[in-house]
Design a protein around this ligand. Sequence first.
Ligand SMILES: NC(=O)C[C@H](N)C(=O)O
Length: 312
Amino acid sequence: MLPVVVVHGGAGHIPKERSERSTEGVCSAARAGYIILQGGGSSMDAVVGAVTELENNPNFNAGCGSVLNVKGDVEMDAIVMDGKSLGSGAVSAVRNIANPIQLARLVMDKTSHVCLTAEGAGQFARSMGVPEVPQESLITEYSRMRWKKNLEPEANPVEFQMGKMGTVGAVAVDSEGNVACATSTGGILNKMEGRVGDTPCVGCGGYADNSSGAVSTTGHGEAIMKVILARLILFHMEQGQSVEAASDLGLAYMKSRVDGLGGVVTVDPQGHWAARFSSGQMAWAAAQKDTLHYGLYTGEHFTQSTEMLLID
Ligand SMILES: NC(=O)C[C@H](N)C(=O)O
């Protein structure tokens, strides 16, 4: 079965005019991750490569395109986890960098800690030579419009926040059977300054363990944290459930227990994979055995040869 890379572009309701760009974005990121795997890269290289591409794509809520907090600022969260060592690196409420996922990886590789936050994460980025970027370069017209709209008195914050989530994430298995996950987000729209969501929390925004598999999550962060969604799904896999059934069980529990919606991409160490969601939509794509799989609405599953894509 292996190797494989599966990516998501966030669970929620994707407006029609943005759906094509979301699908194109996840397909291109899955292809980028797959090329890394084919070139002998590790699953960690593949998930960081795929998520970096999605952070650079302004159509997603991560890196450039992040949603704004209540003050109109960008504060981003990201996590990586390596299934071989259970090593993990994360950053939360980090500002003025283009690729939080790469900083999360540096936290894993270069420090003895798991998560750095806010100004401390910024200082670490500077010490590692990560270029500082102006906040303006991370803000799109669309994210500013949504922020302003949500400040209007008749706005319905929860519905609006839940409506158009675009967190990005990836899971992969490499040819040696190592699994990894990566997740990156601007969080939820008009969040309080300093709010830390599920994404940088181990077991919530993602988890990877070579003995069971890897998961990257998206959805309402506070709900995901209550049920520790990524770890919950791996628990079901440890009990013998398939990647698909375990993902559905985790999402159903989050819905019934805390009324939370979300989505996940999941792999097991053999290379079985799933992209499942309880929200109306989630842009996802997977690349395996020279085939690209992708979809957006529940039940949708298109396939295409990755070789065709290379010619494109
Ligand atoms: N779009 C998302 O998935 C949001 C993210 N889980 C958060 O709550 O920060």
